[in-house]
Design a protein around this ligand. Structure first.
Ligand SMILES: Cc1cc2nc3c(=O)[nH]c(=O)nc-3n(C[C@H](O)[C@H](O)[C@H](O)COP(=O)(O)OP(=O)(O)OC[C@H]3O[C@@H](n4cnc5c(N)ncnc54)[C@H](O)[C@@H]3O)c2cc1C
Length: 397
């Protein structure tokens, strides 16, 4: 094993780790920086397997990190894409009400948008018909002009290319097997590190624990399934979202437009028992199954979430017919036979506050002079990543 020295060692080459490497380079032009990932290419997990929606930032409570970092991240990501020649499609988004009781919730989202400095507009059914003729709503809808879409893997790869161009070493195929203060040990080497940055997504809790920054937390994985439609590109023009259930950190099944104009239904938020179990028996880990199965009985009695309700609502979404029929309430012309092509599933790295039996709603950042840990980098952390890196570096510099 070779001893090597880096000023900064980032664990995880998803969008968040690469954004951190990018910001560290801006702040420390001469620093030695390495990004380690167990996979042989970047963006193999959430960063390359998401909807690619540049969220605007109106959902989140004004005092949250998500609110400010999504608003600012949206702008920074657009600028990055423009500078790298990556297409961003200006779809905008409509949030529709499925019944009269959801109309108030749309007004509340509009108020949050105002409080967060994010433009949204309440529109009538006639205005909705002009914005997105295929969407259906009750009385009013919410229009978000700053929501957009890009290819998530292309963006992540472009950020990797930039950091490498600027002198960061990308150490792919290196699984971090253990850490010690100022030391990263991988399957291929033992490195002395000035400051460790943990952006390990689904495994961020495991990396943080030995540093004492994740004692009350446990990662729970939730699977996001997608189905593509065979509609001609451009048939659907806007993302169409339901009113979210504010008790959960997920936005509900929606229909998005991809950057090349295709319509896509999903993602689900199905509880699963292994962190990287993308399909069938692949990625199943007996140790993780035991661990996660052990968590659920305690979590079921949460006063913050209707856990049984969530399980009952999500499990049937494994069935294409069920998932697609849910989308029909947003866009009635959806025909299940038109949405039969599976998309690449993604898995959400959702942090559970074990003591309070509460799914963490905001990004969580912990650290000290030796290490920084970005926990709960759930949606919309792909949008927020560049702003999050600015925030974290300012906080710990
Ligand atoms: C289905 C789905 C849809 C989503 N849609 C959107 C959206 O439309 N817009 C949006 O803004 N956000 C969205 N998100 C959220 C977004 O994808 C994530 O917030 C973001 O990608 C998190 O990035 P990350 O770098 O933290 O994690 P990841 O991309 O998961 O990267 C973590 C990396 O760490 C590596 N790693 C883990 N353990 C180790 C180890 N021991 N050693 C070495 N490497 C390790 C992994 O291999 C991985 O590459 C979605 C997420 C999902 C799952």
């Amino acid at each position: 094993m070779t001893a090597k020295n880096f000023d900064f060692g980032v664990i995880g080459a998803g969008i968040v780790g690469l954004a951190m490497a990018n910001r560290l380079r801006e702040l420390h032009p001469d620093a030695k920086i390495a990004v380690f990932d167990k996979e042989t290419s970047v963006g193999q997990h959430a960063s390359g397997r998401n909807s690619g929606v540049l969220h605007a930032g109106f959902y989140y409570s004004p005092d949250s990190l998500k609110a400010a970092l999504t608003r600012d991240g949206n702008q920074l990501l657009r600028e990055f894409c423009a500078s790298e020649g990556i297409a961003v499609k200006e779809t905008g988004k409509v949030v529709v009400a499925q019944n009269a009781s959801e109309v108030q919730a749309l007004h509340e989202l509009h108020r949050r948008g105002n409080a967060n400095g994010v433009t949204t507009e309440i529109v009538t059914t006639e205005q909705l018909a002009e914005l997105e003729p295929l969407a259906r709503t009750e009385q009013i809808a919410l229009w978000s002009p700053n929501t957009a879409v890009a290819n998530p893997l292309a963006v992540t790869q472009a950020l990797a290319d930039k950091v490498v161009r600027e002198g960061t070493q990308l150490k792919l195929g290196q699984r971090v097997t253990s850490t010690a203060p100022n030391r990263i040990i991988t399957n291929l080497g033992n490195y002395s590190i000035g400051h460790i940055v943990n952006t390990a997504g689904l495994y961020a809790d495991k990396i943080a624990k030995p540093f004492g920054f994740c004692d009350d937390y446990q990662m729970l994985p939730f699977k996001g399934l997608y189905w593509y439609g065979n509609w001609a590109p451009g048939t659907l023009q806007r993302h169409v979202y339901p009113v979210p259930d504010v008790r959960n950190p997920f936005l509900g099944v929606h229909i998005t437009v991809t950057v090349d104009g295709r319509a896509k239904i999903g993602p689900t938020a199905i509880p699963i028992f292994s962190r990287e179990s993308y399909s069938g028996f692949g990625g199943l880990s007996p140790k993780e199954i035991m661990n996660i199965v052990g968590i659920y009985p305690k979590f079921l009695t949460s006063k913050h979430h209707d856990v049984l309700g969530l399980i009952r609502a999500e499990m049937p979404k494994y069935l294409q017919k069920h998932l697609v029929s849910q989308a029909q309430s947003l866009v009635p012309s959806i025909n299940p036979q038109d949405f039969t092509e599976r998309g690449r599933p993604g898995i959400r790295a959702q942090l559970l506050d074990v003591k309070n039996k509460k799914l963490e709603m905001d990004f969580v950042v912990r650290g000290d002079e030796n290490s920084t840990h970005l926990l709960n980098a759930v949606s919309p952390a792909w949008t927020s990543a560049l702003a999050m890196a600015n925030h974290v570096c300012q906080k710990f510099d």
